[in-house]
Ligand binder design. Structure first.
Ligand SMILES: NC(=O)c1ccc[n+]([C@@H]2O[C@H](COP(=O)([O-])OP(=O)(O)OC[C@H]3O[C@@H](n4cnc5c(N)ncnc54)[C@H](OP(=O)(O)O)[C@@H]3O)[C@@H](O)[C@H]2O)c1
Length: 421
C-alpha cells in the first residue's frame, strides 16, 4: 500500500480501568492537530469509549515512537507508560481490527450496539473538522456498513446482554435479596438506560438522579424508576444500599467523605457499582467498612461468564471479516491511485477545452448544432484514449502494484503535492 492505515490503541484487553483512564484524551480537536503536526499522520480518527482509546491514521510514512510521544504529551504521561499497554497494527491488520470493532467482536460485551454509534460519532466529528480525509472517510463508511450487515445476519447482539444487565447481575450475585434493598441510579445517559432496563425487567424498584430533575423525570417516564433531586442525593447516600453510577462527570461524584458520612448514619452495608470511565467514584471508598465497590473490571469478568451463546458465533463472524478485509483492502489501495487519475483527467479536460476553443475560433463556427457535434467528438476521443490506461492504473493500485502507479505518475508528470484529498 502506498498509503498506510495505522491503528494505535489502549483498550480494556490489556489495561484495567485505573490504567485505561490515564490514556483518555480530553481535548480531541487539539489531539488531532498534535497528531497531524508531530506524528506524520495526514488523516486521523480517534475513537474513545469507556473500554478503549484508539487512534486510526493515514500516512505515507509512520513512526510509532512519534505517535507514542504525541499521545503521551496530550495525556500528560511519561512516554514509557505506553510500553505495556499500547497495541499497534497497520494496513490489513488495522482494517481487520476496525471490522471487529464495527461488528462488535472486540467489545467487552460481544456484539453490543453502543460501539457502532460511538464509531459513527467519531467519524462524523473527524470529518466535520477535517481531521479525516478521503481514505479514512471511505474506510469508516465501508466498515460501518459491513459491521451493520454482519450484526444483522449473525444476530450476535441478540439476547439482552449489556453492560447494564451485567452490572445488575453482579449486584444480584453480591447482595442477598436485592428486591428488598434501596437502589439508586446516578446518570440518565446510555449506560443508565441499560441498567434501568435490566432493573425494570427483573422487577426491582429504583430511584434515578441526574443534574437536572427534568431530565430524570423524562428518563423515568420511559425507563421506569422514581426521579430524585440531585442535591438531595448528594447530601446523603445513607438512604441507599446499592448505587449504580454511570456518568461522564470529570471528577468524583461519590467521594470518600460522602460515603464515610453515609456509613456513619446507617447500620447496613452499601454496594457501589461504578460503570464510568474515567471513574466517578473515589476508589478510596472501598477502604470504608461495609462498602463494596465494583467497577468495569469486575463487569468484564461477569461478561466473560455469560458469553457462551454469543461466543458460538465468533468463528462465523471471523470468517466473514477475513473475506471482507481483502475487499476492503483492495478498495483502499484503489484510492491510492485516485489523486493521479483525478489529476490526469483534470489536465486532459483543460487541454481539450483549450484546443476546442481554438478550433472553433478558427472555424468561426456559430451554428450551435455543429458546435455541439464537434464538442462531443473531442470528448469521445479523449474518453476513448484515457479511460483504459486510467482503469489499468486503478486496477494496478488495487492489486498492490505501487510501482505501476509510480511509473504512470512519471509518464503523466504528476506531482504528489498536487494531491487534493
Ligand atoms: N456507552 C457505553 O457503551 C459504555 C459502557 C460502559 C461504560 N461506559 C461509561 O459510562 C459512563 C456514562 O456513559 P454514557 O454512554 O451513559 O454517557 P452519556 O449517555 O453521555 O450520559 C452521561 C451522563 O452523565 C451525566 N453527567 C455528565 N457530567 C456530569 C456531572 N458533572 N455531574 C453529574 N452528572 C454528569 C449526564 O447528566 P446530564 O444529563 O445532567 O448532563 C448523563 O446522565 C461513561 O463514563 C462511560 O465511559 C459507557
Amino acid at each position: 500500500m502506498n498509503q498506510n492505515i495505522i491503528n494505535a490503541r489502549v483498550t480494556f484487553r490489556n489495561s484495567p480501568i485505573h490504567i485505561l483512564e490515564q490514556f483518555t484524551i480530553k481535548d480531541i480537536e487539539n489531539a488531532y492537530e498534535q497528531f497531524k503536526k508531530h506524528s506524520e499522520l495526514d488523516e486521523c480518527v480517534i475513537i474513545q469509549t469507556c473500554n478503549r482509546i484508539e487512534l486510526f491514521g493515514k500516512s505515507s510514512t509512520h513512526n510509532l515512537d512519534k505517535i507514542k510521544k504525541t499521545w503521551a504529551s496530550i495525556a500528560g504521561l511519561e512516554e514509557d507508560a505506553f510500553n505495556e499497554n499500547i497495541e499497534f497494527v497497520e494496513n490489513q491488520e488495522a482494517l481487520h481490527h476496525l471490522l471487529k470493532l464495527t461488528s462488535g467482536l472486540d467489545s467487552m460485551v460481544l456484539g453490543e450496539e453502543q460501539i457502532l454509534g460511538q464509531i459513527k460519532n467519531s467519524i462524523t466529528s473527524a470529518r466535520n473538522i477535517k481531521a479525516s480525509g478521503q481514505h479514512l472517510n471511505t474506510l469508516f463508511d465501508k466498515a460501518i456498513r459491513i459491521g451493520t450487515r454482519i450484526r444483522n445476519s449473525s444476530g450476535i447482539g441478540r439476547g439482552g446482554i449489556s453492560v447494564g444487565s451485567m452490572a445488575v447481575k453482579l449486584a444480584e450475585e453480591n447482595i442477598d435479596e436485592l428486591k428488598t434493598k434501596k437502589t439508586l441510579l446516578i446518570g440518565t445517559g446510555e449506560v443508565s438506560t441499560l441498567v434501568a432496563k435490566s432493573l425494570q425487567r427483573r422487577g426491582y424498584a429504583f430511584d434515578v438522579t441526574s443534574r437536572t430533575i427534568g431530565r430524570s423525570q423524562t428518563f423515568c417516564e420511559t425507563m421506569g424508576g422514581n426521579p430524585i433531586k440531585f442535591e438531595e442525593v448528594l447530601s446523603g447516600f445513607d438512604n441507599y444500599d446499592v448505587l449504580f453510577v454511570a456518568t461522564t462527570a470529570p471528577y468524583f461524584l461519590v467521594t470518600y467523605e460522602k460515603i464515610t458520612e453515609a456509613m456513619n448514619n446507617k447500620n447496613k452495608g452499601i454496594m457501589i457499582l461504578d460503570l464510568s470511565n474515567p471513574r466517578t467514584v473515589d476508589e478510596k471508598v472501598a477502604t470504608i467498612g461495609g462498602v463494596k465497590l465494583m467497577n468495569l473490571d469486575q463487569i468484564a469478568e461477569m461478561v466473560e461468564k455469560n458469553m457462551n451463546a454469543r461466543l458460538n458465533k465468533v468463528k462465523t463472524i471471523e470468517n466473514i471479516i477475513s473475506e471482507e478485509v481483502s475487499i476492503l483492502e483492495a478498495s483502499m489501495k484503489r484510492l491510492d491511485a485516485e489523486p493521479l487519475v483525478k489529476d490526469v483527467f483534470k489536465n486532459i479536460e483543460h487541454l481539450r477545452e483549450k484546443e476546442l476553443r481554438k478550433a472553433l475560433q478558427m472555424l468561426d463556427e456559430k451554428d450551435e448544432r455543429k458546435i455541439k457535434i464537434i464538442e462531443e467528438l473531442t470528448k469521445a476521443v479523449v474518453e476513448s484514449i484515457v479511460s483504459t490506461p486510467m482503469n489499468n492504473i486503478r486496477k494496478a493500485s488495487e492489486q498492490g502494484k505501487p510501482d505501476v502507479v509510480d511509473l504512470a505518475s512519471k509518464l503523466f508528470d504528476y506531482k504528489k503535492h498536487n494531491q487534493t484529498d
